[in-house]
Each structure stands twice: as structure tokens, then as C-alpha cells.
Design a protein around this ligand. Structure first.
Ligand code: PAF
Length: 300
């Protein structure tokens, strides 16, 4: 595995791979790798000649009162895991290399950013889009791999790739969960034992909502209420949001139809957690054939 921290050297190597006709799969991360990340790496490994992993805690996507300084970091561990999973190139730049001087140009995400997490994290997706534009221009991948746990991020990246015509295929990978259903996240390490024992209630609430949809519930208000009540009954967390919206537009829905995202975010004393499920339903006006109603399935 080649470890690189310089942009110019990375670009030269990537150009060489492209000249050799090799396909490049890219997994952008902020490190502290867990099984969610390794599922992205494994998928990229299976689908490309070259797998590039970036580990960069991007200061631009953290608000002033967020956890940039204490975000978990362990590069030696990340390096070992990357190597074990067959990464070819590990890109680990310093912040000075990525942002040597104040930016002249940065991304502003116009849609899909002012709902869900974007509401309580203003500027977050602008920071994500800006660093991804840089990383895409550095790595020049054929495919980029993202986990569905951050469904809003995936919707924003989908818009970024489309709007700016990056010749990159966006590959969505299902959320990886602990045995008790908690979505894997680098931030799970912040949870106290009590919070950790309560945290699986998020996914349990989402599963209860999916079962209600399967039984025919189509009211977004009823689904939101059910998810809220479950989380309130089983945790001490403060609910940031419970939303039912279309995917990938992220428009809030009154009636469930089409591709539906049910998403939650909660604040425990020490960590903010998010989770979601995606459900496929017939679009409004489409005749259900009976099977269509059954065909509701969760993608994450
Ligand atoms: O999902 C993340 O880890 C980050 O938002 C990303 C995509 C690596 C950009 O910094």
C-alpha cells in the first residue's frame, strides 16, 4: 500500500493509473475506520483495479461548537485496517496541504441541505461539498463509495456529481450495524454505557415504522409520531428531528409514496446520532397491484 500526503504526487500517480487503463474506486473518509468504512472498501476492492482511501478530518464541515478537535483519530490503526482490506493508495493530507491559504472559491449547496441535519448544522454540507470537489479532482476516480447511513450526504453528493458533471459513478452501500441494530459510527465511542444500551432504540423505532408502512400506513404524521414515541419511551436522548421525506430530493412528505426516507437524529449527552431507512413504494397515482404494496423494502 502506498501512503501519500502530497496533492501533486497523488495527482501524478492517479494520472499514471489512468494512462495504464486502470479503473479507480475511491472511498473518502475522516478515518477512525469501522466496519461501515470497510464495507465501502471491500465493495470498491471488488469493483475496481485500484482502491484509493482518503483519511482527512475536514475542518470545513465542522461548526464552531462541534467536535472537530475531539473527533476520534488513530492513523496507525487506520493504516493497518486499510492494508488488511487491500487498499492500494492511502491519501492522508495535513490540513495545510488541503487548505494552504483561505479559499478563493467554495461550494454552496443550494438544495437538499436545509433539511434534516443541515438545519442544525448550517454550512456543514458546503464544507462536505468543497472538500469532495477537491478530493475528486485529486483522485479522479471512476467510482466513489458512500454509506447510506449519511443519506443526506449521499443526496448532496448525488447533486454535486450531477451538477458539476464529475465523470464519477456514485455507489451507495447499505448501513452496517452492530448485532443489536445500532448503526456503526466513529462517534459511537463517545457514548456512555447507559447511552450505548439505549442507542439501538433508534433503529428499532425505524423498523417499527417500516412494519407500519408494510401494514399499509401512509401518513407521514403517523409515522413521525410512532418513531418519536418509541425513542422517547426507550431513551433519555433529546430528539433533534424525525422526518419523512422523498429521496433524493429530501422534500418533506405528507403521504408516503415513491422512494421514501425516514430519518432520525438524536442528541445524547455525549454524542449526536443519526439513522435512517429507505422504503420503496409505488409513486402517487400509480396503481398498486397488490404486490407493489408488499414490495416496500428497506435499503439501509
Ligand atoms: O462522511 C464523511 O466521512 C465525510 O463527510 C467525507 C465524505 C469524508 C467528507 O469529509
Amino acid at each position: 500500500m502506498i501512503v501519500m500526503d502530497q496533492i501533486a504526487a497523488m495527482q501524478a500517480l492517479m494520472r499514471q493509473y489512468r494512462r495504464e487503463g486502470k479503473t479507480i474506486g475511491f472511498v473518502p473518509t475522516m478515518g477512525y475506520l469501522h466496519e461501515g468504512h470497510t464495507s465501502l472498501i471491500d465493495r470498491a476492492r471488488a469493483e475496481n483495479d485500484i482502491v484509493v482511501l482518503s483519511v482527512f478530518v475536514n475542518p470545513l464541515q465542522f461548526g464552531p461548537n462541534e467536535d472537530f478537535a475531539r473527533y476520534p483519530r488513530d492513523f496507525e490503526r487506520d493504516r493497518r485496517i486499510a492494508e488488511q482490506h487491500g487498499v492500494d493508495v492511502l491519501f492522508h493530507p495535513e490540513a495545510d496541504e488541503m487548505y494552504p491559504e483561505p479559499l478563493t472559491v467554495r461550494a454552496i449547496v443550494q438544495a437538499r441541505a436545509d433539511v434534516l441535519c443541515g438545519r442544525s448544522r448550517p454550512g456543514h454540507f458546503d464544507g462536505v461539498a468543497t472538500v469532495l470537489m477537491k478530493l475528486f479532482n485529486i483522485v479522479m476516480p471512476d467510482r466513489a463509495y458512500f454509506g447510506m447511513k449519511d443519506a443526506q450526504q449521499v443526496a448532496v453528493v448525488d447533486g454535486l456529481i450531477r451538477d458539476l458533471n464529475f465523470p464519477i459513478e456514485l455507489v451507495l452501500v447499505p448501513t452496517v450495524r452492530e448485532a443489536d441494530g445500532l448503526a456503526k459510527s466513529s462517534r459511537n465511542v463517545y457514548l456512555s454505557p447507559q447511552e450505548r444500551s439505549e442507542a439501538p432504540a433508534l433503529y428499532a423505532a425505524l423498523q417499527a415504522a417500516a412494519s407500519a408502512v408494510e401494514r399499509g400506513e401512509r401518513s407521514a404524521a403517523a409515522i413521525r409520531r410512532m418513531v418519536r414515541e418509541h425513542i422517547e419511551a426507550h431513551t433519555h436522548a433529546e430528539i433533534d428531528y424525525v422526518e419523512v421525506c422523498s429521496y433524493p430530493d429530501l422534500t418533506p412528505l405528507e403521504t408516503l409514496a415513491g422512494t421514501v426516507l425516514i430519518a432520525v437524529a438524536v442528541r445524547f449527552a455525549s454524542a449526536r446520532l443519526i439513522d435512517n431507512i429507505m422504503i420503496e413504494l409505488p409513486k402517487t397515482g400509480e396503481q398498486g397491484d397488490g404486490k407493489g404494496e408488499q414490495a416496500c423494502f428497506a435499503r439501509s
